[in-house]
Design a protein around this ligand. Structure first.
Ligand SMILES: Cc1ncc(COP(=O)(O)O)c(C=O)c1O
Length: 387
């Protein structure tokens, strides 16, 4: 029956993460450190607001752009946390997770063959979504020795006369890399010179550990060339609520809303009421989640280095990206053997782009007890390499 299926879709490979974890799910006694999903339940006061919404019959469509109250809170939040000002009536769309925001943006902006600069290793959805929107991905490989930051010379070298979008994700999934104010400052003249549209996936903004998070939209001279993508999944432990948002210049939002309106209408009304509560009263929850992730990060990085897996200190998100090059195995071999021999599931770095070869991604969105058990097993696994 595949003769009916669109040719572009046929060529897209399924996510390397899912494939691997389907295998892990069929095995017993596996410590799985694969999925990028907080282990916390959504804070109770947020869940209560959703229950309240159901009890009071707030079960109708909202406006296509999202609840007024939610869009107002989103703008207050960006002002309060990052000193960025957006107009809630014209510059916000509430989306089905950051995921819809990413897809919506590519589909609104890209003409066939337009180029999008992607930084790899990167979140697995970006490249397929560029392809599905008819664009062409131009990959910049970020290096461990640069703490997985984007350097101005790398950006300049990747730009052609077809380049339209620069896609950023800091703190990064999978590397945990971040960009400081100074790091961004060096990119601004290039972005201006080539008139690039910048998409900034800021879903891990609240999970920045040693440095304060900086949005690239803070640079006034390019703010009207930036689209911010964010959501509630990570910082508020709300993955299953499927809620995110984007902040963009009014003239772009006017066109985005057409795709959203016809394809989605609006995200779940109940989730939107819960998200208002999260933004109004959830700062402490974010802080608690962040503190807990930071303790787990420190534990994991110290212990990975101790057992022979060199690991740069991730500055944000909830992933570590250690090198496994000294074992002589490929990322896939390492992940498969670790699973078969010690029942620990991690993701091969190559799932995040070819330059992820020689690395694995470990998520620390798991309890300290699980991380301790994983380290015990990984230490046994590493003994065979005599490092
Ligand atoms: C970098 C990044 N962006 C976006 C998403 C999607 O998030 P959401 O649940 O808001 O759709 C993820 C999820 O893992 C992610 O890691």
């Amino acid at each position: 029956m595949s003769k009916y299926v669109n040719e572009t879709i046929k060529k897209i490979a399924p996510s390397g993460i899912r494939k691997f974890f389907d295998l892990a799910n069929q095995m017993e006694d596996v410590v799985s450190l694969g999925v990028g999903e907080p282990d916390f339940e959504t804070p109770w006061h947020i869940r209560q607001e959703a229950i309240y919404a159901i009890e009071h019959g707030y079960t109708f469509y909202t406006s296509n752009r999202g609840l007024d109250a939610l869009r107002q809170e989103i703008c207050k939040y960006y002002q309060r946390r990052f000193s960025l000002s957006y107009n809630w009536k014209e510059e916000v769309i509430v989306t089905v997770g950051a995921s819809e925001g990413i897809d919506l943006t590519f589909r609104t902006i890209l003409n066939p063959q337009d180029e999008v600069i992607l930084l790899q290793p990167s979140y697995v959805a970006y490249e397929p979504l560029v392809t599905l929107a008819g664009g062409v991905s131009k990959i910049i490989e970020l290096k461990e020795e640069h703490q997985f930051k984007l350097l101005p010379e790398q950006l300049e070298a990747a730009i052609t006369d077809k380049t339209k979008i620069l896609f950023l994700n800091f703190p990064s999934n999978p590397t945990g890399g971040i960009m400081t104010y100074e790091d961004y400052k060096a990119l601004i003249p290039i972005i201006k010179k080539h008139d690039l549209l910048v998409l900034s996936d800021e879903i891990y903004a609240e999970l920045s550990y040693d440095q304060t998070f900086v949005s690239i939209a803070s640079f006034e001279e390019i703010k009207n060339q930036v689209i911010i993508l964010n959501g509630f999944s990570k910082a508020y432990a709300m993955t299953g609520w499927r809620l995110g948002y984007l902040l963009a210049p009014r003239d772009i939002v006017t066109h985005m809303i057409k795709i959203h309106q016809y394809g989605i209408m609006c995200p779940s009304t109940i989730s939107q009421y819960a998200a208002v509560e999260a933004l109004k009263y959830g700062d402490n929850d974010c802080k608690m989640h962040k503190d807990s992730f930071e303790a787990r990060r420190n534990f994991l990085v110290n212990n990975l280095n101790r057992i022979g897996l060199t690991c740069h200190m991730p500055q944000g998100a909830f992933y570590v990206f250690p090198s496994i090059k000294n074992t002589g195995l490929s990322s896939e071999e390492f992940a498969e053997r670790l699973l078969q021999e010690q029942r620990v599931a991690v993701v091969p770095g190559s799932a995040f782009g070819t330059c992820g070869q020689g690395y694995i991604r470990i998520s620390y969105a798991y309890s300290l007890n699980q991380l301790k058990e994983a380290i015990k097993r990984m230490e046994r696994f590493m003994q065979q390499f005599n490092l």
